[in-house]
Design a protein around this ligand. Sequence first.
Ligand code: HEM
Length: 520
Amino acid sequence: SGFPSQLRNGLSKLGVPSEVLEILFKWIDVEDYPKIPEAKGAIKAIRSEAFFIPLYELYLTYGGIFRLIFGPKSFLIVSDPSIAKHILKDNSKSYSKGILAEILDFVMGKGLIPADGEIWRVRRRAIVPALHQKYVAAMISLFGLATDRLCQKLDVAATDGEDVEMESLFSRLTLDIIGKAVFNYDFDSLTNDTGIVEAVYTVLREAEDRSVSPIPTWEIPIWKDISPRQRKVTEALKLINGVLDDLVATCKRMVDEEELQFYDEYMNEQDPSILHFLLASGDDVSSKQLRDDLMTLLIAGHETTAAVLTWTFYLLSKEPSVVAKLQDEVDSVLGDRFPTIDDMKKLKYTTRVINESLRLYPQPPVLIRRSLEKDVLGEYPIQRGEDIFISVWNLHRSPSLWQDAEKFNPERWPLDGPNPNETNQNFCYLPFGGGPRKCVGDMFASFEAVVAVAMLVRRFNFQMALGAPPVEMTTGATIHTTQGLQMTVTRRIKPPIIPEINMPGLKMEASARNSEAETQ
Ligand code: HEM
């Protein structure tokens, strides 16, 4: 019974319109089609913990595609690389962002992440050119300066012997970076914690809560006005929109005063931001749409990279041998310089560490779609209007796709091999998605993470703090820790090279000297 659907799939790939296929295949009894396995009674587990964990267990039982039923609603969970490729790339035009667009509407409107159809096409075409090579190269200096600010903060903690909560520091680092990069605004959130910074966090928390909340209370008209929390969200959005409007106005004045000649790879040295590029390019767009796009870029570029850094440092804390190799590379490539674009090619092992961290902790852990028409997934026909979760978490940790899937092993990616991506890994690895909706900030984000990791491990050693709470996962849009990533930082002094002496009695003295050097 798999044959008709394979045939249909094949014809669809050859470009036979779905209306024609409909008629051709009408004679085939629907009962002939295999039915998607259904996971029932698994709903309780979903509520209690990060929801992608039980989905992994169900994947091991039910396979690469199964249906999860919640009362009247159901979701298709996809963990199969070829089905993921079909949805994201080969037949992407038959899918929209579905629930995601509904959840994010209050903050992103018709911004690039939730937008579909013509609006998406037009905005994607306007925004992608802004992230050109020269822009990304200029951003490397910004990453360096921002990370240096974090280093100064950690320096104080190292001197005072105080533990630091790295997850919130990474969130602030990446907020500072994305604010400058997108609309030339310095949140300075590492020192400043009120007003606009608080407003950004209020909105982010709300977006995350909505994405895991089963009942959309925020849609109840009166609730919006009387719930203190919803009022706070409304206030925060007003504040942010005001700031954005001011930034747009300031930038418009700058562009007007500029002797402007727009060309490919255009960049204003005073203000290299994406906003400046868009205005200079004559991007003809409503102010609401522009604000939606700026908010989308802010949120997309902020929490994701922060989460990548958090989980990278968590993984590193458990693998001292990886840290040693990393520090070797950083010492020899950078010495005490700030990183430049040329260093990005040379920091190969650092890049592999990020690649591997993105495999184990993909951000976001699932991609959301809705079918706009009938389709066939693998051997299964599906209807229009199906809500689909592509579990990148399952793909990246599948025991049938990876050797020692659970192990943090940057060595699995050869240093002289290509940079792993969805194409060269056949959709078994898709840290930035794939197809037309692939992340527009993949280069930006990879370099940002490489610069931050390189500069931090060069200056400091990081360890889990004594008595730190266990590091457990929870989800919003990205994977967070439940109680933060509490670490101890010590300034790094290269340990003296200890000669190999085969006398066990001396070993302790050597290691004592070593740890003394480290804590100086
Ligand atoms: C889309 C991951 C950083 C802007 C995506 C998607 C993924 C992703 C998986 C695809 C979503 C889907 O198909 O549903 C990441 C990760 C990042 C990161 C892991 C950090 C390590 C950034 C940055 C920016 C950005 C820094 C902006 C400068 C976007 C935008 C989209 C997107 C605008 C939507 C593209 C579209 O729908 O056409 N990202 N991203 N991302 N990302 Fe990123």
